[in-house]
Design a binder for this molecule. Structure first.
Ligand SMILES: Cc1ncc(COP(=O)(O)O)c(C=O)c1O
Length: 271
């Protein structure tokens, strides 16, 4: 119980999905775990390869083929003050079954989002680019409030009042065939976000990363969230604004599903 990570949120973690026995973008997730730890001023006492191997082994040992993985690194209980110069760094990896939230047809109806009570912190206030446990405190409170009001999730603004992201996923919009998404320089630049931008560009669709004000939401036709857990999930409502999941959402939902199929399976399908 006297774990520094528990008392002071000195912990960083990852959320990963395995498809057909392969963890999607494993090295990118492991690298982000190490980067997040450095931002919190600690080093993970393993190599990237050791964490990659342990993650794959955790999946296999749990008898999972499609599943969710949660590596976490935290400061131990050697010192209980705020200073943690001599605390050991612990690492654990958990795995469990976590099917896609919805079937593709159900997903295309779109989920409803409320406005979050809290804003993403200024990078001068908190280590905004780390996937750090402490940053999720405001996400849980915001998501609880949204769920109590009958919504699936909440959309958070940044400290300046621009659209930022949902409580555990990045957001995208469509206007006149062009994709617009908030610049990820003040919140997590999701690995799914980067994948989806690549998929859209491969389809020849223009992607604009910029500041987006909430009032602009009335000018967008489509909207979706994306993240490891959410994958690509269309949105039908954010507060007073309405969207109709359309061709671009559907195309990227399908392209993302195709991208997550392991290389070996793709070869077998094409053979
Ligand atoms: C706050 C937040 N933003 C964005 C994301 C999406 O990141 P990724 O696509 O790397 O899972 C997540 C999920 O990890 C998240 O928790």
């Amino acid at each position: 119980m006297l774990t520094h990570g528990l008392h002071y949120a000195s912990a960083v973690f990852e959320g990963e999905r395995a498809y057909g026995g392969t963890v999607f973008k494993l090295r990118e997730h492991t690298q982000r775990l190490f980067d997040s730890a450095r931002i919190l001023d600690f080093e993970i006492p393993y190599t990237l390869q050791e964490i990659d191997d342990a993650t794959q082994a955790t999946l296999a040992k749990n008898g999972l083929v499609d599943g969710y993985l949660r590596p976490i690194a935290w400061r131990g209980s050697e010192m209980m003050g705020v200073s943690a110069q001599h605390n050991k760094i612990n690492v654990a990896i958990a795995a469990w079954e976590w099917p896609s939230y919805f079937s593709p047809a159900e997903r295309l109806k779109g989920i409803r989002l409320d406005w979050a009570k809290y804003r993403r912190p200024d990078p001068r206030t908190a280590p905004s680019l780390a996937k750090a446990s402490g940053l999720y405190m405001i996400c849980t409170i915001s998501k609880h409030e949204a769920e109590r009001r009958g919504y699936a999730d909440a959309l958070m603004l940044d400290w300046e009042g621009n659209v930022a992201e949902a409580t555990g996923a990045n957001v995208f919009f469509v206007k006149d065939g062009v994709i617009h998404t908030p610049l990820a320089d003040r919140f997590l630049n999701g690995i799914t976000r980067q994948t989806v931008i690549g998929l859209a560009k491969a389809r020849g669709i223009e992607v604009v990363e910029r500041r987006i004000l909430p009032e602009e939401l009335s000018t967008f036709s489509e909207c979706w969230l994306c993240g490891t857990a959410a994958e690509v999930t269309p949105v039908s409502e954010i507060g007073e604004y309405r969207f109709t999941p359309g061709k671009i959402s559907e195309m990227l939902m399908n392209d993302y599903t195709a991208a997550t199929v392991p290389a070996a399976e793709k070869l077998a399908v094409n053979a």
